[in-house]
Design a binder for this molecule. Structure first.
Ligand SMILES: *Cc1c(COP(=O)(O)O)cnc(C)c1O
Length: 382
């Protein structure tokens, strides 16, 4: 069975479970993005901090010159601490608290992506009280579906995100009337783990029709933030470790007119592949009809399989034994604490090291201490 190369000798002395990050792969991924945007000076890529806010990861991404896409005051602070330029920080989220808005204004972040008229008026008031002007874009709900896991579509009318696309015009007019707001552009985000470029093409079509309408009314469009959502190949981390950035960026350059400066907000596709959750087999349990490999990592360490029924490739790093079928489970007292059912692994024994692949995005950042379990620490390839 094909496996990634890990420093097993080094691993033998580290307490499991832990997150392991391949920093060379992260840099390669950032370089692949740079190669796509280098000759497109009006484009800006922001990293979606919620995918992974580990300070070492953030610093690497900041040093590659990306901006940061934040969804909370805590993320804004983490981005500032990691060295992201304040003006490269964009701030989205349906529930921005007053202290988070104030933090963003004080830091001088580049953009508030407003998600409702109620929020727009609060930002206007807080900015006015402080004698500053808040740069805002309108997060538009484009009512575009995405072929992905049900829990992670965000651009449908039924989702809580954004301002309905039919209301954009009146909201722009109100922003233009408020002296403490400066209108900067439009923001979209249709979901996550999207591998069908047609979904992004549908978004582009919607963007074009909205912009055409605004231009017909002599209203400004500003710049366009198309959000994130590019997926990765969870089933093939060894063959396809880097997302198809070329297809992704080409979709937008082909379908949107070059006169609009474009912003992107990629999270998963930047960090997912470089991270693995490393665990040990505690027990091999013979059930009535199947075998269970019980790991010392659980859903508190990596929530995605329990939350989204998502799939991660799993490898037994310690064994070349006969390929055997297991349900790979964690120790947490929940039936949903399962990393995978019917997984083929080299025969497992107590103490074997297991890698759960492509866990760099929405892994460590979603971890909890449920069951009073300590947080898994992070280990870096260098
Ligand atoms: C989560 C999020 C992203 C990043 O999504 P990925 O699927 O990780 O690329 C981008 N923009 C916004 C507004 C988000 O909430």
């Amino acid at each position: 069975m094909l496996k990634a190369h890990y420093p097993l000798e080094r691993f033998s002395s580290i307490r499991t479970p832990f997150y392991y990050y391949d920093m060379a792969l992260l840099r390669e991924t950032l370089e692949a993005i740079r190669a796509q945007v280098a000759n497109r000076p009006a484009w800006k890529v922001h990293y979606a901090v919620k995918a992974n806010h580990n300070p070492v990861i953030l610093k690497q991404i900041a040093s590659a010159g990306l901006g940061a896409d934040c969804v909370s005051g805590g993320e804004i602070q983490a981005a500032l601490d990691a060295g992201f330029a304040p003006e490269s920080i964009v701030f989205a989220g349906v529930g921005k608290a007053d202290w988070e808005i104030i933090l963003g204004l004080k830091a001088g972040i580049g953009r508030f992506n407003i998600e409702s008229t109620a929020e727009m008026r609060v930002i206007a008031q807080i900015a006015a009280e402080r004698g500053v002007v808040a740069p805002v874009s309108i997060r538009v709900n484009p009512d575009i579906g995405a072929h992905t896991l049900a829990g992670i579509t965000t651009g449908l009318a039924e989702n809580k995100f954004g301002i309905f696309h039919g209301q954009v015009e009146e909201v722009i007019r109100e922003i233009l009337s408020l002296p403490s707001l400066s209108y900067c552009g439009l923001h979209f985000h249709i979901g996550s783990q999207i591998l069908e470029m047609e979904d992004f093409a549908a978004l582009c079509n919607r963007i074009n029709s909205i912009c055409e309408q605004l231009e017909n009314r002599r209203l400004p469009v500003g710049d366009i933030n198309v959000g994130g959502g590019l997926g990765i190949e969870y089933g093939h981390p060894n063959h396809l470790p880097i997302a198809n950035f070329q297809a992704y960026f080409n979709t937008f350059s082909e379908l949107l007119p070059p006169r609009y400066p474009l912003h992107f907000e990629l999270g998963r596709s930047i960090v997912a592949s470089c991270g693995s959750l490393i665990a040990r087999v505690l027990y091999v349990k013979e059930g009535l009809a199947k075998k269970f490999a019980v790991l010392d990592a659980g859903m508190n360490d990596l929530l995605r399989p329990a939350l989204y029924h998502s799939i991660h490739r799993i490898e037994n790093l310690s064994s070349d034994g006969k390929e055997t079928i297991y349900d790979v489970v964690g120790p947490v007292c929940e039936s949903s604490d399962v990393f995978g059912k019917g997984i083929v692994l080299n025969e497992c024994h107590r103490g074997d090291l297991i890698a759960i692949r492509s866990a760099g995005a929405y892994g460590e950042s979603m971890a909890s201490q449920y069951n009073c379990r300590p947080l898994a620490r992070s280990v870096f390839s260098e």
